[in-house]
Design a protein around this ligand. Structure first.
Ligand code: PEP
Length: 254
């Protein structure tokens, strides 16, 4: 059985100082028993990663970054490498978030390069895919997601799938308050699993975690997480509110 995973994407929020309070209030409300039943990941901005690692060192809460670059090192001003994240104690990295695609010109091609580098450095990648509103209205969401998956996973070996999580995030649901219905989301998750089965095999597709992301909150999370193929969530706005984030985590194990 796939263990559920809930990841909080803080985006560009919280200073180094502010992050302490938020991490502590999340950590203080999750006991060891809960954390043995579910994988929890906090993804603060780069500037708070080391503080987050220190504050969670004694617990099973994992730390992830929101992005990285695909080269090892060198003259890439402003970028952060996979080995830097690893050295800081990060276990996860989010790759190809739709905001990175939209505002920073990320493409499936660069996401694929990043994924290869993350695997090389033993980071677990949360690879984001999802269609825009226009694409859904034109009923081409499956075609778009299949294309994103195929491109992002190009030349990835099946043995490395234990270091990959997929996040289905319809762009029209991110930060908009509009959530995909549990059925809509599950249908896409089933389609993603079928696509991965065709690209790899049944074993890979049955074991890969597929998260849903897009306006998940404490009121809709349980129904989403109860769906057959939804293995947890990538949470944006609600991960900045400790009470909501903890409730969302708890709803995944109830
Ligand atoms: C996200 O940032 O990945 C996200 C899903 O945001 P929100 O939960 O705010 O829609």
């Amino acid at each position: 059985m796939r263990k559920k995973l809930v990841a909080g994407n803080w985006k560009m929020n919280k200073t180094y100082q502010d992050s302490k309070k938020l991490i502590k209030s999340i950590g203080n409300n999750l006991d060891e028993d809960t954390l043995s039943k579910i994988d929890v990941v906090i993804c603060p901005p780069f500037t708070s990663l080391s503080r987050a690692r220190k504050l969670t060192n004694k617990s099973k809460i994992n730390i992830g970054a929101q992005n990285m670059y695909y080269e090892n090192d060198g003259a890439y001003t402003g970028e952060i490498s996979a080995s830097m994240l690893k050295a800081l104690g990060c276990k996860y990295v989010i790759l190809g978030h739709s905001e990175r695609r939209q505002y920073f010109s990320e493409t499936d091609f660069t996401i694929n390069l990043k994924l290869k580098k993350a695997i090389e450095n033993e980071l677990i990648s949360i690879v984001c895919v999802g269609e825009s509103l226009e694409q859904r209205e034109n009923k081409i969401q499956n075609q778009i997601v299949k294309e994103q998956l195929t491109n992002c996973l190009t030349a990835i070996d099946r043995k490395d799938f234990n270091k990959i999580v997929i996040a289905y995030e319809p762009v029209w649901a991110i930060g908009t308050g509009k959530t995909a219905t549990p059925e809509q989301a599950n249908q896409m998750h089933i389609f993603i699993r079928e696509t991965i089965e065709k690209l790899y095999n049944q074993d890979v597709s049955a074991n890969i975690k597929i998260l849903y992301g897009g306006s998940v909150n404490e009121n809709n999370s349980q129904e989403l997480f109860n769906q057959s193929d939804i293995d947890g969530g990538l949470i944006g706005g609600a991960s900045l509110k400790p009470e909501s984030f903890v409730k969302i985590i708890l709803s995944a194990i109830n």
